[in-house]
Design a binder for this molecule. Sequence first.
Ligand SMILES: Nc1nc2c(ncn2[C@@H]2O[C@H](COP(=O)(O)OP(=O)(O)OP(=O)(O)O)[C@@H](O)[C@H]2O)c(=O)[nH]1
Length: 301
Amino acid sequence: MKEKGFRSGFVALIGRPNVGKSTLLNQVLGQKVAIMSDKPQTTRNQIRGVHTTDDAQIIFLDTPGIHKPKSRLGDWMVKTARDTFEEVDVVLFLVDAKEGAGSGDRFIMDLLRDVKTPIFLVVNKIDQVHPESLLPLIDQYRNRFSFREVVPISALHGNNTSKLLELILKELPEGPPYYPSEYVTDHPERFIVGELIREKVLHLTREEIPHSVAVVVEEMSREEEGDLVNVRATIITERSSQKGILIGKQGSMLKEVGRRAREEIQRLLGSKVYLDLWIKVKKDWRNEDFYLRQFGYRDED
Ligand SMILES: Nc1nc2c(ncn2[C@@H]2O[C@H](COP(=O)(O)OP(=O)(O)OP(=O)(O)O)[C@@H](O)[C@H]2O)c(=O)[nH]1
């Protein structure tokens, strides 16, 4: 039983693609839950991470990178984020210390304008800038928006992240924990496996394969005898030229994606993995409700 005075609540992470939301989540939770990549927009689904201490529980919602909608997938991502920050106890608006307040950040501040939830400006990647450049940067944001707190951090190195947690705790209501303390994420392993494969595709193909690539894990089954997990997954691209790039010379690219993904999946599952990777071309899947649902990007509403 938790003592009286226990606090619990929800925190949403908002920010332009690539500002370090997943990195912060992983730093706080101490394990790789959200997928990190140096390419924008790798987090499409909300990933819930649960951080439990002796006197509090914080549930993080990692909202998708926000940008002006260009397709229906974009629309849906913005709507999901907006719904999220109305319902949480704190919104963390992450920005990149290396970059000034750009149009993407202004777009987010406009979205947040009438939200009643306390909003923290979290200036990330301070390890990459001179301390003197921080104040003028923070002023750029403060001139446009009134934040409850302003917290400079380095999510990668963990600088000031415990201070951030302390400030979050002050905003949470008293209440019992929502999840058992050993809980870190309610995300199905299948999704994480799919994201690991997607991460390898993005890393290995550089700019040639756009973020429109999706991965569907069709099957994940453990063999009754022995310690082997069979994973069958399909990488979905929009064009056949992309399929060609992904296969590579004599299958070399697909083989490398598979090799790297398999290593990480084995680490995640703690058992040997047989990975069967396929590639399919589905034109314009991002604008079709049917595919969005199939890939888990929409509620069944
Ligand atoms: N130097 C430095 N790099 C960081 C820091 N935080 C994140 N990064 C890097 O920034 C890149 C993007 O980080 P992510 O955590 O994937 O960003 P994200 O906001 O989750 O991105 P999306 O999922 O695309 O919305 C990665 O290469 C990180 O290693 C930091 O504090 N310092």
